[in-house]
Design a protein around this ligand. Structure first.
Ligand code: 5GP
Length: 192
């Protein structure tokens, strides 16, 4: 078991509806040592790949993205979410259905922060149906940039976001992949 799988077993709480809460180290309180280890692990797994920007989506991806961007010494860009957005003149905009909040979000990045020539490493805390990742990829494409890879801390393998991204040919790295989790027994099985 790796460090993140151990931490999930120690501190994660499973809720009904296939939701894992990791509020005490990732989604509310941030454990800097775990963030640092996640960042080093991504740096190792994407070794040799060009990165000019690390892109994530607010809010919980920002901590991971910032630690990782520090290792590459590149800027972090975080996409913002909003249900309504007045104008798209100055923004790249896409949409993502929120698994946790059950509504459609507009997702946007202001044009100056991504451009053609950018080699973008996308990161996020969770990967479920792949909606957030799909919106971020769309935004990178609108900017004319290239997606170098996608790094997620926790992939929920029962939802098929990861499968779709791998089949589409993206270099996806997930540090912990949950293949089964049971709310009643509070048990989790990780992919080997
Ligand atoms: P997706 O867009 O891949 O369907 O879902 C990923 C996004 O939804 C992540 O940005 C994350 O914030 C949220 N998310 C999805 N599943 C979970 C979960 O089980 N626990 C938590 N804390 N967030 C989740």
């Amino acid at each position: 078991m790796n460090f993140l799988e151990e931490k999930i077993l120690e501190d994660g709480k499973i809720y009904e509806g296939n939701v894992l809460k990791v509020d005490n180290f990732l989604n509310h309180q941030i454990d800097i040592d775990i963030m640092r280890q996640i960042a080093y692990e991504f740096k190792r797994r994407f070794k040799g790949k060009p990165v000019t920007k690390v892109l994530t989506i607010e809010a919980s991806g920002i901590a991971i993205a910032t630690m990782l961007a520090d290792l590459y010494d590149v800027p972090v860009v975080f996409a913002k979410k909003g249900i309504t957005v007045n104008s798209t003149d100055d923004k790249y905009m896409s949409q993502a259905y929120s698994f946790t909040h059950k509504h459609m979000n507009n997702v946007f990045v202001s044009r100056p922060y991504l451009s053609s020539g950018d080699k973008v490493l996308i990161v996020d805390d969770f990967l479920a149906d792949g909606e957030a990742a799909k919106a971020l990829i769309d935004i990178v494409n609108q900017a004319g940039g290239t997606v170098t890879g996608i790094g997620v801390a926790i992939e929920k393998g029962v939802q098929n976001g990861g499968k779709k991204l791998r089949e589409a040919g993206y270099h996806l790295e997930s540090i912990a992949i949950i293949d089964e989790m049971d709310y009643k027994t509070q048990t989790i099985k990780f992919r080997q």
